[in-house]
Design a binder for this molecule. Structure first.
Ligand code: ZN
Length: 402
């Protein structure tokens, strides 16, 4: 694939991805990138609705079955190894290449393709801000509220990195703060106190020793896991602490509702932190809640996508924004060209073959009208080629872990 004088020239899709990478913005500063994407989409013939720094690109009055292609605009802070986008024989390198401006480029490229746009589905791209930051800054909820027509979609395809696997559903999450009490004392005479930090050691061991639990939902295996993720005391370093707070994170499978998961976590903690074992009563409060998403395998558009994509299918072992669509009764799935292992990495890259494969899988699902013209190549970038690299049809097993 490599020419003696350097990497092959970019395809139209790769040129678009490089344009996005060159304009990558961190969370909270997506405005200029949103401006550029809005102008690009209008140029491609799609009406654009803006909500904050987020965009809905496409015609929501179109009566054909609505398919949402969904991606976030923001990236995590770049490093010196991915600040300036580049193209090698195998990869596109740049902050956001895998997570997830590469996926967004695939979505926009489908939107602009006349053969797909005039096909069986009404394609709308949702490009939203604030995914990489705190949950309250994620604009997807505001977009779904401001543009309720989106909830009529047959399916929302979220193009987060999945290594080209179709990952269905997602885990829910709960955080609890567990307080392990003790009695304060001067650290020179610790026998006057009861060291909460030492007590917490037993609690941490029991919490950390809880084994992952496989849960089958819709023929897919999710793993329910419990992990202590933070611990802290208050007071000075010469004081035997009178309390330790431990943050505990439960990731639960979508066979439970949020309310059921809260009862489950309460029961788990009551069992693991049994005062008969710990000797002093620990107590806890649930502080943060994220609902899960069901796999939605029975939804006709999800089944049709699985048949057309011809990619491996797994449960999503994490939380993603598919949960927001599930909460709005829109079947949703995760499918993207990015490599999970490349997300937030130094020198972030995405395989060029993955971009082409994701694009081909979406095109098979979206159903091109055979007599419409292909999308014309965009205005020339610095390098042009009459022979773009041919998309391999099914390279899912090539490089699953980057
Ligand atoms: Zn992401």
């Amino acid at each position: 694939m490599t020419a003696p004088d350097g990497p092959p020239s970019p395809s139209a899709l790769e040129a678009l991805a490089l344009d996005l990478l060159a304009r990558a913005r961190v969370t909270g500063q997506e405005g200029p990138l949103a401006d550029w994407v809005a102008a690009w989409a209008r140029e491609a013939g799609a009406p654009v609705t803006r909500v904050g720094s987020s965009l809905v690109c496409g015609d929501l009055d179109d009566p054909r079955p609505l398919v949402l292609l969904v991606g976030h605009l923001d990236v995590v802070p770049p490093t010196d190894d991915d600040r300036v986008p580049s193209l090698t024989a195998e990869h596109l390198v740049g902050r956001g290449a895998s997570d997830m401006l590469g996926g967004l480029a695939v979505a926009l490229d489908c939107l602009a393709d006349a053969r797909l746009r005039d096909g069986e589905h009404n394609i709308v791209v949702v490009a939203y801000a604030g995914e990489e930051g705190p949950a309250e800054g994620n604009e997807l909820a505001a977009v779904l509220e401001a543009v309720p027509a989106l909830t009529a979609a047959q399916v929302a395809i979220v193009l987060e990195p999945t290594d080209l696997r179709v990952e269905l559903g997602c885990l829910g999450g709960l955080h609890a703060q567990v307080t392990v009490p003790g009695r304060a004392a001067h650290s020179a005479r610790p026998w006057h106190g009861d060291n909460a930090l030492v007590r917490a050691g037993t609690a941490l061991q029991r919490l950390g020793g809880y084994p992952p639990q496989p849960v089958a939902v819709d023929g897919l295996t999710f793993w329910e896991v419990l992990a202590p993720t933070q611990a802290w005391t208050r007071g000075a370093r010469n004081v035997v602490p009178d309390a330790v707070t431990v943050n505990v994170n439960l990731r639960f499978a979508p066979h439970r509702t949020l309310a059921e998961a809260e009862r489950h976590l309460d029961a788990l903690l009551a069992d693991l932190l049994d005062p008969a074992v710990l000797g002093a009563s620990a107590h806890w409060a649930i502080t943060d809640r994220a609902p899960p998403a069901r796999p939605a395998r029975e939804a006709p558009a999800v089944a049709a996508f699985l048949a057309a994509a011809r990619q491996p299918v797994e449960a999503k072992q994490a939380w993603t924004d598919v949960a927001r669509f599930d909460a709005a009764d829109v079947p949703a799935l995760n499918f993207g060209p990015g490599l999970v292992a490349q997300a937030h990495q130094r020198g972030e890259h995405v395989p060029r073959a993955n971009l082409a494969s994701a694009r081909a899988a979406l095109a098979r699902f979206l159903g091109a009208r055979s007599d419409a013209p292909e999308r014309p190549a965009p205005a020339p970038a610095t390098r042009r080629s009459e022979t773009a690299p041919a998309p391999p049809d099914d390279p899912a097993g090539d490089d699953p872990d980057g």
